[in-house]
Design a protein around this ligand. Structure first.
Ligand SMILES: NC(=O)c1ccc[n+]([C@@H]2O[C@H](COP(=O)([O-])OP(=O)(O)OC[C@H]3O[C@@H](n4cnc5c(N)ncnc54)[C@H](OP(=O)(O)O)[C@@H]3O)[C@@H](O)[C@H]2O)c1
Length: 377
């Protein structure tokens, strides 16, 4: 119990330093008038006190998402907490089945078990659920959508029809990888993809970010690091992703990249393998992606394709050794791509290596979900 209380304290403390609900100001009041529209949908944010939940609020505000009303939902622990959003103070409510009465769009980020329990209830009540957990991603008939990649997968799903539906947001590493790889795939067809990830603390939630800060301080002070979220020292170290390891030796995070890519590309033949590593970076994932193509694609053409791709920015300056970094993409919408080069282990122009960085709380979670929500309106 003491550990839980300590954990809650850390989480609250750390979230207060995240770029979240903005302070009430005159500017915010003006933006409220633009966003709060009589005809807009009624929105619920499930898991609003978490790392992704708080980012939802930032993204909704930044994009002037039109809404009629917005509900802030979290666990019983947070009920009654106040959150400032677009010039109004909201009270966090405990998530219950009744939470979804009259809700058009429910943005879920409270973990898989909450999604499994409450997602179908929300749908039954007519809401369209955009779910950030892995609960429904591989379920047949549930669209798994990256708006820049496969918007067609959610064709026909709109609010105002009275029919609820589930839409899944892919895993953050998959989103970041495919925003960059898909434009190349469209041109030359990827037959095999090898991904190695360097994943930030933020991917494991607000408490993991705080643990990295705390451990860094402790190690520098010569104290033993507190390991509560992760089982081993994280500061000044790196380790294999903390997702459970499966019988085939891959961990769940790696298999998400394999399976979700096939579903999103609607290509059961594409060969994908991945190694996922947690690195002591606060926010934003990096990925090394090796691509093998059916048709030739030279590096200059690939660079031009990527420069014109939606949601992508190219940072690829060999002479100054300037390439994407997690810091540079933190709090940014675009996925950055660099180190674009011919794979010398393959004959001709049938292979490319690229290095990709993306803010996985933003494009890997909240932004992608809000882009999906925009297509529902
Ligand atoms: N972090 C990422 O980059 C990322 C990316 C993609 C997907 N996701 C997924 O998004 C989900 C949330 O991740 P996160 O990183 O935001 O985690 P987090 O920072 O730990 O936040 C978890 C949120 O879930 C809420 N919650 C927990 N138990 C609940 C309950 N019984 N009823 C209602 N709400 C409950 C928490 O509310 P309290 O504060 O009240 O406990 C909090 O708002 C996970 O499924 C994760 O896999 C995360």
């Amino acid at each position: 119990m003491a550990a839980l209380t300590h954990h809650r304290h850390l989480q609250t403390h750390f979230l207060s330093r995240l770029p979240v609900a903005k302070p009430i100001s005159r500017l915010q009041t003006t933006r409220v008038r633009m966003s709060l529209q009589e005809s807009g949908p009624s929105v619920a944010v499930v898991g609003v006190t978490g790392a992704v939940g708080q980012e939802f609020l930032s993204v909704l505000s930044d994009r002037d998402f039109p809404y009629r009303s917005i509900k802030m939902l979290a666990s019983k622990r947070s009920a009654g907490r106040r959150i400032a959003f677009e010039g109004t103070e909201f009270v966090v409510e405990e998530l219950t089945p009744e939470s979804f009465d009259g809700v058009d769009i429910a943005l879920f980020s409270a973990g898989g078990s909450i999604s499994k329990q409450f997602g179908p209830i929300a749908v039954e009540k007519g809401a369209i659920v955009v779910d950030n957990s892995s609960a429904f991603r591989m379920v047949d008939g549930v669209p798994l959508v990256i708006p820049e990649v496969n918007p067609e997968a959610m064709e026909g799903i709109k609010i105002g029809t009275g029919k609820g539906a589930l839409i899944a947001n892919p895993n953050c590493s998959t989103i970041i990888c495919l925003v960059a790889a898909t434009p190349l795939h469209r041109r030359a067809k990827v037959t095999r993809m090898v991904v190695s990830t360097y994943q930030a603390a933020s991917g494991a939630g607000a408490a993991a970010m705080e643990e990295l800060v705390q451990q860094t301080r402790e190690v520098l002070e010569g104290k033993p690091p507190t390991c509560s979220i992760f089982k081993q020292q994280y500061a000044f170290n790196l380790f294999s992703h903390n997702a459970p390891v499966l019988e085939n030796g891959y961990n769940e995070e790696e298999m998400k990249l394999v399976k979700e890519t096939r579903k999103i590309w609607n290509d059961m033949e594409v060969k994908v393998t991945a190694t996922c590593i947690r690195v002591p970076v606060m926010r934003a994932h990096a990925e090394s992606v090796n691509l093998q193509f059916e048709k030739p694609l030279d590096e200059d053409t690939a660079r031009d394709i990527l420069k014109n791709a939606p949601g992508v920015v190219v940072i690829d300056n060999r002479s100054s050794n300037r390439f994407p970094t997690p810091l540079e993409v933190s709090n940014k919408d675009d996925v950055a791509v660099g180190r674009i080069r011919r794979d010398v282990s393959q004959d001709g122009n049938y292979g490319l290596d690229i290095f990709v960085c993306g803010d996985q709380i933003r494009k890997g979670a909240a932004l992608n979900a809000v882009q999906i929500a925009e297509m529902l309106v």
